[in-house]
Design a binder for this molecule. Sequence first.
Ligand code: SAM
Length: 321
Amino acid sequence: MLIDGHGRRVNYLRISVTERCNFRCQYCMPEKPFSWVPRENLLTFEELFSFVRVALDEGVDKIRITGGEPLLREDLDRFVAMIHDHKPDIDLALTTNGYLLAETAQRLKDAGLKRINVSIDSLKPHIAYRIAQKDVLERVLAGVEKALEVGLKVKVNMVPLKNINDDEIVDVMEYAKARGMTIRYIEYMENVHAKAGLKGLTGKEILEKVKERYTIRKVGREGSSPAFNYLTDDGYKFGIIDPHKHDFCESCNRIRLTAEGHLIPCLYFDEAMSIRDAVKAGDIEKASEILREVLRNKPEKNRWSEENAEESARAFYETGG
Ligand code: SAM
C-alpha cells in the first residue's frame, strides 16, 4: 500500500501521455506559440507501463490517462490494453477534449477503458471557439454520442469563466443530464500559462447560477473524489471541484506521471522527481524507490486556498490537470 508523508493513502495515478494538444484553451495554454517537448523525449508505452505496473502492484487501483490531449498519442488503445490486461478490475478512465473521440471510442472501449471525462465548456459554437481557439463543438458533441453508443460511462467537465460561459452553467448541466452523464464544474485554477485577466467563478457563484433553476441540497465529498456533490430537487447529482477550498487536499489520493517521466506529487507545486533514467535502464527497484520518496515529500496542501497566493507555475497541459 502507498501512504504519503501525511498518512494519506495514495491509490490514484494520473498519467499524462503527451503535453501536446489540438486545442488552445485560454485557461490552460499560453497564447504565444511555443515549442513542444521533442517526441523522442517521451517515454514509450512500454516504458510508462513498466512504472505503472509497479504502482498497480503497490495498490494503485485507479488510473486516469490524460494530457495535453491524450487521443493525440497514436495507438493509445494499445496502452489502455496493457494496463487493463495487467489488472482488469481497476478503475481505468480517460480525460479528453473529445475532438478525436468519435473515431477512437470503440477501440478504447474494446481495449478495456471504462470511463471518459469530456471537457465541454460551452454549447455555443462561437463560445467554444473562443475558449479553445478553434472550431471544435460539432466534433466534440459527436464524440460524446459515440462514446455513449459504445457503452463508455461519460462525465462532463466544465470550467465556468466570468463573462465568457457563465450563462451556460445550467444549459451544459441540462445537456449532460439528458444523456445520463454527471457534470462536474471545475473552479478555474490560476496559473501563469493562462490568458491574462481570466476570472473563474467560485463554487459559490456556480451554485447561485444552478439555484436560478433548481433547489439543491448538499451531498458532500464521496470517498477521495475531489468533487463536492449536490443534488437537484429532481434527483440529479452534480459536483463542484473546488481546489480553492481549505479542505480540498485532506483526502488527496493522487500522484501524476508525465510523458517524460516526471512524477509529480501535487498539481500546484513545481516539485517533481524523474523516473525516466530508471525506467530507461529497466531499473524498476530504483523507480519504486523514487515513487516512495515522492510520496514522502507530497505537500500537505496546495496554495490556491490561500489569500493572495501567487499563481501556480505548473502547466496543466503538461501535468494533465
Ligand atoms: N485535453 C484533455 C481535456 O481537455 O480534458 C485533458 C487535459 S486537460 C489539462 C484536463 C482538465 O483540466 C480539463 O477538464 C480542463 O478543463 C482542466 N483544466 C485545464 N486548465 C485548467 C485551469 N486552469 N483551471 C481549471 N481546470 C483546468
